[in-house]
Design a protein around this ligand. Structure first.
Ligand code: SAM
Ligand code: SF4
Length: 436
């Protein structure tokens, strides 16, 4: 098949969307498409969207507006919307933006080639089903191209937790775990093509149950792959962190000492209203157990400020929890009303109050992050090198704790792991020297 059509994909949101975009590019590869970095020379533009917060959906509409002139100049150009906004607002998108030719939800993207063909035939093609056929199976043939040293691998999708603020259970559907044999063969294939670090993905990745022993069992099976050097996973729910997974942090050498474990808030009243199903105290005890298994574990989290009915006292409890845990990195958000979720109907916190709380929360998190990063100076860390840095003769990679690390060297190869003595801590990265 001639490879003469160009596909531009713009990805929003989480790492799972990054993985999905890759798989969609591969699916369209079978239709003669190659990817391009610019929408200007594309024959097809695909926006892989995120619906988690309000602004994300608005960004999609304004991005679509930017392609109006391209569509006018090139009537054959096909424009598609994929991902969670497509799932939630498919019909609305077609109505608001008539230039959109196809809409595909996150569970149907293996049908993208057929949808594209229908769009080329002049139809408006929409598929937001939760089909019975397994999209991962249908897309199992990744082309054998060489890969960089790190890759995402989706092992689990969907969520049954129904936190009161969150759209994921509605857009991604019920929790489903992929069978372990398929994950293992995809992992082996990625490693053969150059991948040295895998990040296992799932909306609730530690609820994974497709292997004996759950996620810990899968991690152990993956760590048997010889040339795979590092394993990470994200995102976890505190209530699914079982004994085996806690122990794996101390036992499994390839599992990196970095854990993203969102808590969202530090007030028990708010946690209850969020339907998180645990208290702040239970979360802190869990962190203690994890740190007992792996004392150098770096923690990352997600926080929401201004959840409906949050008082200053509730917010203070979140700050207190952060002080107690000490996070190496974190993501924090103002609560964003999502129609159809229980919290959308409740008493909302004033926008100015949310702004103020977010500023205070982020100031604390930045201080912590910086302090933990500065503590790395003088220590020796193992770095998996990924690519050349911005300056000549520089290589950049990641420490076990996910810090970006720069080193001056002409000899380091991407995909290799070296010990580095950290000499300096900058705004967002560390730099150091190879240890002989
Ligand atoms: N499953 C993960 C968990 O339980 O923490 C999180 C998945 S969600 C895609 C990523 C983050 O987005 C959440 O942890 C939460 O902090 C944030 N988020 C979700 N819904 C939100 C909303 N309505 N407003 C603000 N932030 C939200
Ligand atoms: Fe959303 Fe995570 Fe809660 Fe599931 S557990 S509803 S994905 S925040």
């Amino acid at each position: 098949m001639p490879q003469d059509k160009k596909l531009y994909i713009k990805t929003y949101g989480c790492q799972m969307n990054v993985y999905d975009s890759e798989r969609m590019a591969e699916a369209m590869g079978g239709q003669g498409y190659v990817t391009t970095d610019s929408p200007d020379d594309a024959d097809m533009i695909l926006l892989n969207t995120c619906h988690i917060r309000e602004k994300a959906a608005e960004k999609v509409y304004s991005e679509l507006g930017r392609y109006k002139h391209l569509k006018a100049e090139k009537p054959d150009l096909k424009i598609g919307v994929a991902g969670c906004v497509a799932q939630a607002e498919g019909q609305e998108i077609m109505r608001r933006q008539p230039m959109v030719d196809l809409v595909v939800g996150p569970q149907s993207y293996h049908r993208l080639p057929q949808l594209e063909a229908r769009a080329r035939a002049g139809e408006k093609a929409l598929d937001t089903d939760f089909p019975e056929d397994d999209k991962f199976e249908t897309l199992k043939h990744r082309p054998k191209a060489k890969r960089g040293p790190t890759a995402f691998l989706t092992v689990q999708e969907g969520c049954d937790k129904f936190c009161a603020f969150c759209v994921v259970p509605y857009t991604r559907g019920a929790e489903v775990s992929r069978p372990a044999d398929r994950i293992l063969s995809e992992a082996r294939d990625l490693v053969e093509r150059g991948v040295r670090e895998l990040t296992l993905l799932g909306q609730n990745v530690n609820a994974y149950h497709g292997h004996e022993g759950g996620l810990a069992g899968l991690i152990k099976a993956l760590s048997e792959i010889e040339d795979l050097k590092r394993i990470r996973f994200t995102t976890s729910h505190p209530n699914d962190m079982d004994d085996a997974l806690i122990a794996a942090h101390g036992e499994c050498e390839k599992l990196m000492p970095y854990l993203h474990l969102p808590v969202q808030a530090g007030s028990d009243r708010i946690l209850k209203r969020m339907n998180r199903q645990h208290t702040a105290e239970q979360y802190v005890r869990l962190i203690e157990r994890l740190r007992a298994a792996r004392p150098d574990l770096h923690l990352s989290g997600d926080f929401i400020v201004g959840f409906p009915e949050e008082t200053e006292e509730d917010f203070q409890a979140t700050l207190d929890l952060i002080e107690e845990v000490r996070y190496g990195s974190a993501f924090s958000f103002k609560y964003s009303t999502r129609p159809g979720t229980p919290a959308a109907e409740r008493d909302q916190v004033d926008e100015a109050v949310k702004d103020d709380r977010l500023k205070r929360l982020q100031a604390l998190l930045t201080r912590q992050q910086r302090a933990l990063q500065d503590e790395m100076v003088g220590r020796t860390v193992k770095v998996l090198f990924e690519k050349p840095g911005r300056f000549a003769g520089q290589m950049v990679g990641k420490s076990e704790y996910l810090h970006a690390v720069h080193v001056e060297s002409d000899t380091i190869l991407p995909g290799s792991v070296h010990s580095v003595r950290i000499e300096d801590s900058g705004a967002n990265s560390l730099s150091g020297r190879l240890v002989a």
